[in-house]
Design a binder for this molecule. Structure first.
Ligand SMILES: NC(=O)C1=CN([C@@H]2O[C@H](COP(=O)(O)OP(=O)(O)OC[C@H]3O[C@@H](n4cnc5c(N)ncnc54)[C@H](O)[C@@H]3O)[C@@H](O)[C@H]2O)[C@@H](O)CC1
Ligand SMILES: Nc1ncnc2c1ncn2[C@@H]1O[C@H](COP(=O)(O)OP(=O)(O)O)[C@@H](O)[C@H]1O
Length: 303
């Protein structure tokens, strides 16, 4: 893979800020930067590639009643190029996943003891989609939190983190404004009125990389702050965040560093949402409808 992407200091920024530009101004992931990211990190695969090169990825979630969230994250990971993809889910959920997507390896997790071998196998863990807030998730959370694997924490994973704050350097957090408010102990309005400050504060408290979702999603690693101008309100639909967490996990499993995986996933996700909305309208968009558009964007024409 080619060189690391430019840092905040050496990329272009809004020319209207030229004179008084601060190091903290967000860098826009515009078309040019998106193409640069895609060229750099989505090169054609080696001819002798095998599925072990891009995994295993483990999704932990899918409490009873929430099979859809785990399925959306795990299937997105597969469709975004993850190799072996496992799901550690509640026993009630496993058969739903097997039946719906046989390419996934769904494993019924009853206790911490069932989770340990899955964590030992995984290269990347996406924890939280449909994890829930009940006893099943409560007994698993300490094991998830302690796992030394590269992690994406989403949805209920962020709820558990809010209750049990801790740093983890190899982690991507993907809060929406409601989850960010909970993590910060404030209101959604306070997050939305100062989104840059909120994402920086979350990163400072928890380490790793933070994606603050919503219109103009922000990606921050403590040094770089990037903003995605793509995306549309049609994406305010259930499961859209699960698709993003699966996508971040898939890029991590394919070897992208933390920040680049987060930034490229946010950009691909938003652009796929825009392609689908342009073709059929914003209203009524389903999260899983992003898959064909994502696949096209993930396999750019060689230049
Ligand atoms: N098909 C499925 O099984 C799905 C399950 N899901 C799972 O359902 C569980 C609970 O998710 P919920 O959707 O109830 O919880 P959320 O945390 O997404 O939403 C709870 C409340 O937070 C607030 N909120 C949400 N998004 C916000 C935003 N962008 N700005 C401001 N406030 C916001 C709203 O008041 C909302 O009612 C999670 O485990 C999640 O993964 C969801 O991912 C959706 C799809
Ligand atoms: N108005 C909007 N403009 C751009 N993107 C949006 C908008 N609303 C939602 N999104 C995107 O859709 C996704 C929604 O995620 P989330 O709120 O976690 O949904 P869910 O919990 O239902 O999966 C995020 O990536 C967010 O950035």
């Amino acid at each position: 893979m080619a060189r690391i992407l430019p840092s905040l200091a050496d990329v272009h920024h809004d020319p209207t800020h030229e004179s008084g530009a601060r190091m903290t101004d967000p860098v826009f992931i515009d078309d040019e930067m998106h193409q640069q990211l895609a060229r750099q990190w989505l090169a054609p695969r080696a001819r002798d590639a095998n599925k072990g090169d891009f995994g295993p990825l483990l999704v932990i979630g899918g409490a009873p009643g929430y099979s859809g969230a785990a399925l959306l994250a795990a299937e997105t990971a597969l469709r975004a190029g993850a190799g072996a993809t496992l799901v550690g889910c509640a026993p009630e959920t496993a058969s739903v996943l097997w039946l719906h997507r046989p390419e996934l390896m769904a494993r019924a997790v009853r206790t911490r003891a069932d989770l340990l071998p899955l964590l030992a196998r995984a290269r990347v863990v996406v924890a939280g989609p449909g994890l829930g807030r009940e006893d099943w998730a409560a007994q698993l959370w300490p094991t998830i939190a302690e796992a030394g694997r590269v992690q994406v924490l989403d949805a209920d994973g962020l709820g558990w983190l809010a209750d049990n704050p801790q740093q983890h350097p190899a982690r991507v957090l993907t809060p929406h404004p409601g989850e960010a408010a909970r993590l910060l102990g404030g209101s959604v309005a306070a997050v939305q009125v100062a989104r840059e400050a909120a994402v920086r504060e979350l990163q400072a408290r928890h380490g790793g990389v933070v994606i603050l979702k919503g219109a103009g999603s922000l990606v921050c690693d403590g040094e770089r702050l990037w903003q995605c101008p793509a995306g549309n309100p049609g994406m305010a639909t259930p499961g859209m965040g699960d698709v993003l967490s699966g996508l971040v996990g898939a890029l991590l499993a394919q070897g992208l560093p933390l920040f680049e995986a987060a930034a490229l996933a946010v950009s691909l996700h938003a652009r796929a949402g825009d392609l689908v909305a342009a073709a059929a309208g914003e209203r009524g968009l389903l999260a899983s409808e992003l898959w064909p558009a994502l696949r096209r964007l993930l396999n750019p024409e060689p230049i």
